[in-house]
Write a protein that binds this ligand. Structure first.
Ligand code: MN3
Length: 379
């Protein structure tokens, strides 16, 4: 039995993780589940899966939760959530909270020497050096749940990293791949929230529309696999069947393919080095007889360049990139700024930032505060 904890169990990745555990109840023991504020959903989940702890951030929901789950330990707040990540009896914790708040949890998990199944890519974008160092010091793993990085990981098994020439990240291109640049000014929130291939939370859906999501994934790949930015390429592949590729020094390219479903990357992070059977729709070559590829358009999607630049410059630039994006997306979702202003807000923060090289956790938090204050003052 693997003991697992799920941070953000009511979100898209968290719920899918519980779904797959339904098929393997004899393999996993759920220690805790946590949510931001969705009390009804976490109550349903707790009744079905019987975790030892249920934690919710929203304090107003405490009484309701307590009453609904008399036989479960109900706890509230951020500190309690952090406390859960210190339990060394747990084998692996899935961090699938959304946005920059995931960092303190990822930190706590690795600091306690627990394996981290990472769906919150923001934490590695914000503090890659710190998380990677921690995992080495404490001899624990960061297993990617992002489908591209899971693909890269799967392509690298049994290979020597020094034989890698290139990482090729695939991108769906998002909903505005074919839209002319002149028409970007007419983009509405509703258009941006419609992703062609994946159903996800609203924050990551907007990140896909601006392609900042891919920019973050470039930075995530840099930290997870230690490959220089100049050797990380993006190829737009609208069908989302090839989830990413590795090119080796001999010219051989390995790819991982499947229908676009998060089930495989979530499950592989939990079962590695094993593979468990899934009764799911299998890839059909004859229904998918056209796999196409395009160059990414850096002109239409300025967030891509911002991400490469911030990543290459290093230090706290990627912290600014991430937090500025988080807040800009939130402002966009609240109809306070236009779609095209998302990248402008981020760029202006990056331009006026004094980066700290080799940042400590304190520097990261200071930078987060600085970025937040700057944007909220100006918007
Ligand atoms: Mn992805």
């Amino acid at each position: 039995m693997k003991k697992i904890g799920i941070l953000g169990s009511t979100g898209s990745v968290g719920s899918q993780c519980l779904d797959l555990i339904t098929d393997y109840r004899n393999k996993f023991d759920i220690e805790f589940i946590t949510a931001n504020s969705n009390a009804d959903k976490i109550i349903d989940q707790a009744r079905k899966f019987n975790p030892k702890y249920v934690c919710i951030l929203d304090e107003k929901k405490y009484e309701y939760l307590k009453k609904s789950l008399p036989n479960t330990e109900v706890i509230i707040g951020e500190d309690a959530m952090n406390e859960l990540c210190k339990n060394k009896n747990i084998d692996i914790i899935l961090n699938s909270v959304s946005g920059y708040k995931g960092l303190s949890l990822s930190y706590q998990i690795l600091n306690s020497g627990i394996d981290l199944a990472l769906a919150n890519k923001e934490s590695i974008v914000q503090a890659g050096n710190i998380l990677i160092d921690l995992s080495k010091q404490n001899n624990c793993n960061i297993f990617p749940v992002d489908s591209e990085h899971s693909a890269l990981w799967q392509c690298l098994i049994g290979e020597d990293i020094s034989n890698v020439k290139k990482i090729i990240l695939t991108a769906s291109g998002g909903p505005f791949r074919k839209l002319k640049k002149d028409d970007f000014k007419n983009i509405t929130k509703e258009n941006a929230l419609k992703h062609p291939n994946w159903t996800m939370g609203s924050k990551i859906t907007i990140d896909s529309a601006t392609m900042m999501n891919k920019g973050f994934e470039v930075i995530e790949a840099y930290w997870l696999f230690g490959i220089e930015y100049k050797n990380i390429d993006i190829v737009v592949h609208p069908q989302s069947i090839i989830h990413s590729m590795i090119e080796y020094i001999d010219g051989s390219i390995k790819a991982q393919l499947s229908e676009p479903s998060m089930r495989i990357p979530i499950q592989f992070a939990l079962t590695y080095p094993d593979r468990f059977k899934v009764e799911d729709e299998k890839f059909n070559f004859f229904k998918n007889d056209k796999l196409t590829f395009e160059k990414p358009d850096f002109d239409k999607f300025p967030c891509l360049k911002l991400a490469y630049d911030a990543g290459s410059k290093g230090g706290t630039y990627t912290t600014v990139l991430n937090v500025a994006n988080d807040i800009a997306v939130d402002l966009f979702l609240k109809d306070k700024i236009h779609f095209m202003e998302i990248s402008e807000v981020i760029e202006s923060c990056l331009d006026s930032h004094d980066s700290i090289s080799n940042p400590e956790l304190e520097d990261i938090y200071t930078t987060m505060e600085w970025t937040k204050n700057k944007i909220l003052k100006e918007n």
